[in-house]
Write a protein that binds this ligand. Sequence first.
Ligand SMILES: NC(=O)C[C@H](N)C(=O)O
Length: 317
Amino acid sequence: RFCGAGSIDMSLVLVVHGGGGSNISTDRKERMRQGIARAATEGYNILKEGGSAVDAVEGAVAVLENDPEFNAGCGSVLNVNGDVEMDASIMDGKNLSAGAVSAVRCIANPIKLARLVMEKTPHCFLTGHGAEKFAADMGVPEIPVEKLITERSKKHLEKEKQEKGAEKPDCPKNTGTVGAVAMDCNGNLAYATSTGGIVNKMIGRVGDSPCIGAGGYADNNIGAISTTGHGESILKVNLARLTLFHIEQGKTAEEAAELALNYMKSKLKGLGGLILISKTGDWVAKWTSVSMPWAAAKDDKLQTGIDFGDTKIVDLP
Ligand SMILES: NC(=O)C[C@H](N)C(=O)O
């Protein structure tokens, strides 16, 4: 079934997140809320024009990678060397096709490279030099690293080095990882997640975001999910697949999200968040971190939030 404009299916759903983390300053909050709303609207419009769930999550995440407020693409946090190494992954729930890249540098949109890995290679995960060579072969422009580094990310690294604070599972400071989940007019599900990782990380550190089953998962028979938070904890519990497992066991999206996040918290003191759409089109945004910017577009309404209980709803044009 192709949905062109004019045959708008009300089951279209697009949810995005801007990373589970600690307190966000008031003016940054406003910029993040605007960014997250822009990304959700972009993804939802792709769905309304008949685009696939994969097109929508890629489009929404690319908007957030290009927004310097978020820890992905431009605005990524810096590693111990003051360099940017980015991770991203994407998955098509129709056939479980997946693509991921890790530790990539000097490209604007890691999520687009992850999609190319999914569609143009027999593999599902490329890393470091190999991923960069593949990007060059695919004609993805190389950009100077300075274009990805912001004043805020430089200050963030400086402060982190002074405080010598290694990221603790119970206080993830690195808000701003981005993700999206979508259901298209054919009922297909997809997810995309992209991040700069955690500030002051070791060179070559890979987090949960590019790992299928940890940073996200999509299966039309169950649901689509993108996660954020303390990467090492998320990897250890396979947070995305664990959440979907609970849905397979008959839990609602809400119950599944709560069970999986609470498991990570009780077992590892790991905090984080997730966005999820079940195969029935129910969606949820949940977090155990202090905050998580999120936005959801469905039935031509846009909901946004950052802290607990601050949801705003507006009509989409
Ligand atoms: N804020 C985040 O979501 C960070 C990401 N999960 C990582 O550990 O790389």
